[in-house]
Design a protein around this ligand. Structure first.
Ligand code: GDP
Length: 337
């Protein structure tokens, strides 16, 4: 008999009771099924997913959520596999999720390659889920956020959310994690790119990987990065983002990396910033959902649908200003909202 799940204020569909029980008992199969449900765009599935998430909410929140970003080839999967294996050895359960905006363009996910993290994926204490490949970037990130909560309810105490170095996806991942890690290569020039794109400001920790190839170059890159970071305004008065060098392939520097993550957690817990960040993220998520919902209702509004083509043409031809056109369309929509 499965233990009776302790449910939130909204009961799940009868067909999902066993799923909830299995998920709370740590079944990877049920977790995978639940994630598929929350990734579905079908209205009936969305409704079931909403109830499921509501019911599981009391069981979420008890993990350390770590975002890891870096361009393809920097060594993310090598690093996550090595880190994940060592965390499992110390008794943790590790889930790895991915946000890959390219998966929405090509339909397949470059982060979803089956051969990645082969050792980790064979461990029962690990759960690896590639990026969902439907919807907009916002949609993908939204599903990953929900998948993260499901992993927590299934007992994973360390959740790693991985993303490629493509602007928006980093912001989305930083917005759902407690610690955001930038993985870089010495000499690649992507440090400059990151500074330009404003990604540096998101980082709680910067790591130069592949330090085994040229340790001196790695140290130099780290020193330059430290001085670049010291000129940025840190997100927290209590935390100046450290810069580390490591070799994922040789498993050098993993222990030091984990010590920094633990120190970050202790520091932000002590100042109250850890909980404040999560509260802020929850509210930001609510507003994103409201924005997306309003936009969807706006686009589906019959009066807007009728007038949109004509008003768009008059904006394109310069006959109407974009501002006036937006006001007209919003006025049309608000009559029936
Ligand atoms: P990802 O695309 O960011 O996930 O990168 P991968 O983990 O697939 O690594 C890309 C390539 O770099 C692979 O051939 C890895 O074996 C190699 N690699 C990863 N980490 C290191 C490292 O620390 N040192 C060296 N020399 N090679 C590494």
């Amino acid at each position: 008999m499965q233990p009776k799940p302790e449910l939130g204020h909204m009961d799940v569909d009868a067909q999902d009771i066993a799923l909830v029980g299995g998920l709370l008992a740590g079944s990877r199969r049920d977790l995978a099924k639940a994630i598929t449900l929350v990734e579905s765009t079908r209205a009936e599935h969305r409704a079931r997913a909403g109830k499921l998430l509501d019911a599981l909410l009391p069981h979420t929140g008890r993990s350390m959520r770590i975002g890891i970003s870096g361009v393809p080839g920097v060594g993310k999967s090598t690093f996550i596999e090595a880190l994940g294996m060592s965390l499992i050895e110390s008794g943790h359960r590790v889930a790895v999720l991915a946000v890959d905006p390219s998966s929405t363009v090509h339909g397949g996910s470059i982060l979803g390659d089956k051969t990645r993290m082969e050792l980790l994926s064979q461990r029962t204490e690990a759960f690896i889920r590639p990026s969902p490949s439907s919807g907009s970037l916002g949609g993908v990130a939204e599903h990953t956020r929900e998948a993260l909560l499901l992993c927590e309810a299934a007992g994973y105490d360390i959740i790693i959310v991985e993303t490629v170095g493509v602007g928006q996806s980093e912001t989305a991942v930083a917005g759902m994690t407690d610690a955001f890690v930038l993985l870089m290569l010495p000499n690649a020039g992507d440090d400059l790119q990151a500074i330009k794109k404003g990604i540096m400001e998101l980082a709680d920790l910067v790591v130069f990987n592949k330090a085994d190839i040229d340790p001196t170059a790695a140290q130099l890159a780290a020193a330059q990065m430290r001085s670049a970071l010291s000129m940025l305004h840190p997100a927290s008065a209590n935390w100046q983002p450290p810069v580390l060098t490591l070799s994922a392939i040789r498993k050098d520097g993993l222990v030091e990396f984990w010590h920094v993550i633990e120190k970050l957690r202790r520091t932000l817990d002590a100042s109250g910033e850890f909980a404040a960040k999560r509260r802020h993220q929850a509210l930001a998520w609510m507003w994103q959902q409201i924005d997306a919902g309003l936009r969807g209702r706006f686009r589906e509004n019959p009066a807007v649908k009728t007038a949109l083509a004509e008003i768009s043409v008059s904006v394109e031809s310069g006959a109407t200003t974009p501002a006036a056109a937006a006001q007209r369309l919003l006025a049309l929509a608000s009559r029936t909202f």
